[in-house]
Design a protein around this ligand. Structure first.
Ligand code: PEP
Ligand code: MG
Length: 883
């Protein structure tokens, strides 16, 4: 087996596509070397060695030692000096390099090969004694820290004491003699801490460093990092050994890092920093102020230190050439490390540059325009979830923040405002010009007006599909849900954390993208949509196969949805309309009615209001399908709660208080999610659904006749479990629709379909499809009922489940492909077999989640429907799913 891959002098055994074997760093060093770029000679010990090492009780494969010697000899031949040579020693760096960059592992040892003897050789060969001893002490310090595990503060302390002794303030004040003293101190410390002298044999040093890299693969920090990022332990790490080049041999030397384009804006300008006369880690350490590469960068950042372009114009020119070649070759922006040794440029690393969301967008579009990548590649390179950052305000990253706690990142965007504890207070204070954050234990449809008035919503209970989360996403309000460490006391008006106590009116900031809750006001940055956004979305639209609709309950939602490119409404939850303005009294009369006659009287008051809602929605959605769901929620949600509300209602409706109280008591349910909701309401009280259907069709007739717009209503029946339910209710819809059409003397094309949100419905999809003309997967309830996991309560313990690896992800966020997904597949197959042209969509929250959208493409759904603000994400994700 080949365990060691060499590179250097314009050739390499490996290449960029061998990341799995050589790790990211090793593969790209090989690639740059093959390209003829100036890469110091070196070799990579493969990730397979790491795996073999752990499989064999931390023993190396027999052939490794021979292969390593050969590779080392190749470096010696190329550089022209020998490892361990007392007169002119070859020095090497040893670095780890996994497939994915992995903090927590042993990183770097520089200057390896120095000892008490070779350091003198280095002094002579370089003609710089101070440089030689400085290099030696750096080596002992790094090796002592990461290989011998002697805590680094010991070394820092020795150095500081020496400086104090001599009255020095900076490291540059130390001369060769000083460094010799410091080195003696370091070596003594190592004997004291480890019981062994600092290893003098360069070969022993090399093997110890290699073993330290492999050993660090299994240290606790690395294990934790892998668990959090789902990186398998079996991947292993590679080790890179490379001839040292020095950026600290004088003023014609430098070291730096650069991005081929600006990684925060994506602008096509060379962006980077360097330090004259410094070694790699000095740049990162932040002790000296780095200088800019370009004059442009210097000016833009108001730096008065000269740019590399001015100081070393020739080397800068070479570096700029490397930049252009790397971008052309990798067809992506690169993040590089380089060193200049006595006027000669060396490249030490290249990798795809991390970038902000706006930069990713700009770079993707620019690269297509520059002919470097295709539109398909551009689409695949932008993370759909990152679009959230472009559509919502974000926290100013430079602003200080005092984090109180963390909840679920339920709806993106950052918002600051005064704490209010009730929807009414939110409405009142917002009307008075305050910005407020509505803080509730949980929210219910009663709170909609307050949620609307608030800038953001914070709840202490509930998961990602809790009422607060779903409604906030729909409205585009920031929301942190289920912040379980917080205690809200409505009576006293306090919000308590472990350490703080906040009152109504105190300022608070929430970040719905991260789930953080912060004390006080943290400044936010407003998003700006660039032209590139529209261009990329246009490409996505031309590639995707699934339609993207929006879950929109109000005319405002519908307008937002259209602005974001929705191609219809996939779910209009009519119950949300019941809470608008003064309607709640009539709605309560309807629920509390003792008989059908009373109920119909109440419904007659609601009908014109519903009709007006639908008129506006149809008008806005002109020409696009609108799926309207008949009333779904548990009736008790509409009930007056508490004595005050009961009394208020009794007064408004002219009913005796004790009757109101007893009827409200009867309607109360222990488990409302599984109670009298969905089509069960329509079966019990057909007059409710009749009113809604009448409102829909009268509105449709009005909009098509009077406003000359085209309407496509799709009437959707929720929570079907049994075929007979939809049979009865479809008959109801058809009958009322016909009545309206006859009365209005018009024809309206419409569909009647159902949600598939109960396991029984998925399994009996074939017979349900005899009636239903479309299925819309209500994966919120389908997840709830498949797992037997309450949407509103799961948030409190799912975190533990994720942490312990029992589940990979919250199934209310990302569809559980295996379980819930199987029910979706079954229902799709059975529905299509029964009715080949059945329309299939999804309207659970998963309709806006990229990985769930991939699943929807795979099972062959016609559309996904999600909250308006997620429509762009869904458009991009659907395009990626179609690639
Ligand atoms: C669902 O259950 O997935 C759904 C869309 O309906 P709701 O969230 O209103 O229950
Ligand atoms: Mg549902």
């Amino acid at each position: 087996t080949k365990w060691v891959y060499s590179f250097g002098a314009g050739t390499a055994d490996g290449s960029a596509d061998m990341k799995n074997l050589l790790g990211g760093k090793g593969a790209n060093l090989a690639e740059m070397s093959s390209l003829g770029l100036p890469v110091p000679a070196g070799f990579t010990i493969t990730t397979e060695v790491c795996t073999a090492y752990y499989d064999n009780d931390r023993r190396y494969p027999d052939e490794l030692s021979g292969q390593l010697d050969e590779a080392l000899a190749k470096i010696e031949a190329q550089v022209g000096v020998k490892f361990g040579d007392a007169k002119d020693p070859l020095l090497v760096s040893v670095r780890s390099g996994a497939r994915a960059s992995m903090p927590g592992m042993m990183d770097t040892v520089l200057n390896l090969g120095l000892n008490d003897e070779t350091v003198r050789g280095l002094a002579t060969a370089s003609g710089d004694e101070r440089f030689a001893y400085d290099s030696y002490r750096r080596f002992i310090q790094m090796f002592g820290d990461v290989v011998l595990e002697v805590d680094h503060h010991h070394f820092e302390e020795i150095l500081e004491l020496h400086k104090e002794d001599r009255g020095y303030s900076m490291d540059t004040d130390l001369n060769a003699e000083d460094w010799r003293k410091v080195i003696e101190g370091f070596k003594a410390k190592i004997v004291e801490e480890t019981g062994e002298p600092f290893p003098q044999n360069p070969k022993d040093q090399l093997w110890a460093a290699v073993s330290a890299v492999f050993g660090s693969w299994m240290n606790q920090r690395a294990i934790t990092y892998r668990r959090l990022h789902a990186i398998p332990a079996s991947w292993g790490t590679a080790v890179n050994v490379q001839a040292m080049v020095f950026g600290n041999m004088g003023d014609d030397c430098a070291t730096g890092v650069a991005f081929t384009r600006d990684p925060s804006t994506g602008e096509n300008i060379f962006y980077g920093e360097y330090l004259v006369n410094a070694q790699g880690e000095d740049v990162v350490a932040g002790i000296r102020t780095p200088q800019h590469l370009t004059i442009q960068g210097k000016v833009a950042n108001g730096s008065d230190l000269p740019a590399m372009e001015e100081v070393m114009p020739e080397v800068f020119g070479q570096l700029n050439d490397v930049r252009l070649r790397l971008e052309k070759h990798y067809r992506d922006i690169q993040d590089v490390e380089f060193t200049v040794q006595r006027g000669t440029l060396y490249m030490l690393q290249t990798r795809a540059g991390k970038r902000t969301a706006p930069a990713a967008l700009k770079i993707a579009v620019d690269f297509v325009n520059e002919g470097l990548i295709t539109k398909e590649e551009a689409i695949s390179r932008v993370d759909p979830a990152s679009l959230d950052q472009l559509l919502h305000p974000t926290l100013d990253p430079d602003a200080p923040r005092h984090v109180l706690t963390r909840g679920l990142p339920a709806s993106p965007g950052a918002a600051s405002g005064k704490i209010v504890f009730s929807a009414d207070a939110a409405e009142k204070q917002a009307a008075a010009g305050d910005t407020v954050i509505l803080c509730r234990i949980e929210t219910s449809p009663d709170d909609i007006h307050g949620m609307h008035a608030a800038k953001g919503i914070l709840t202490t209970r509930g998961g990602m599909t809790s009422h607060a989360a779903v409604v906030a996403r729909g409205m585009g309000r920031a929301c942190v849900a289920g912040a379980g460490e917080l205690r809200i006391d409505y009576k006293t008006g306090v919000l308590r954390t472990r350490t703080d106590e906040l009152r109504e009116g105190d300022l608070i900031t929430i970040d719905g993208g991260s789930g953080e809750v912060m004390k006080g006001e943290v400044p936010t940055l407003q998003p700006e949509l660039s032209g590139d956004f529209g261009i990329l979305m246009g490409w996505a639209d031309s590639i995707r196969q699934m339609e993207v609709r929006a879950n929109a309950d109000t005319p405002t939602d519908c307008r937002t949805a259209r602005d974001f490119g929705a191609e219809g409404v996939g779910l209009c939850r009519t119950e949300h309309m019941f809470f608008e303005g003064e309607r709640i009294v009539a709605v309560r009369e309807m629920i509390m009615a003792d008989n059908e006659r009373e109920r119909r009287a109440a419904l007659a008051k609601i009908l014109p209001m519903q009709r007006q809602d639908f008129i506006e929605i149809f008008e806005i959605m002109d020409g696009l399908p609108v799926t309207i769901r008949l009333l779904d929620p548990p009736l008790h949600e509409f009930l007056p709660h508490g004595e005050a509300e009961l009394a208020e209602f009794a007064e408004a409706s002219n009913m005796p208080l004790d009757i109101v109280r007893s009827r409200a008591g009867k309607l109360n349910e222990n488990n409302p999610m599984l109670g009298h909701r969905g089509c069960r309401l329509g079966i019990s009280y057909p007059e409710i659904y009749e009113m809604q259907v009448r409102a829909i069709f009268e509105a449709a007739a009005h909009v098509s006749k009077e406003l000359d717009k085209s309407v496509e209503p799709e009437v959707m029946i929720p929570l079907i479990a049994v075929k007979r339910e939809i049979e009865i209710l479809k008959e109801l819809v058809d009958r009322v629709a016909q009545e309206v059409m006859d009365a209005e003397k018009t024809e309206i094309k419409y569909l009647v379909g159902t949600m598939i949100e109960l396991p029984r419905a998925a399994l009996r999809a074939s017979e349900i499809a005899e009636e239903a003309e479309f299925f819309s997967f209500g994966t919120n309830d389908l997840t709830q009922t498949t797992y037997g996991l309450s949407r509103d309560d799961a948030g409190s313990f799912l975190g533990t489940y994720e942490h312990r690896g029992i589940i990979e992800q919250d199934p209310f966020i990302s569809l559980d492909d295996e379980g819930v997904g199987e029910l979706v597949s079954i229902a799709t197959e059975r529905g299509q077999a029964q009715r080949p042209d059945i329309k299939l969509g999804i309207c659970g929250e998963h309709g806006g989640d990229p990985s769930s959208i991939h699943f929807c493409q795979k099972v062959g759904l016609d559309y996904v429907s999600c909250s308006p603000y997620r429509v762009p994400i869904a458009r991009l994700a659907a395009a990626q799913a179609a690639l």
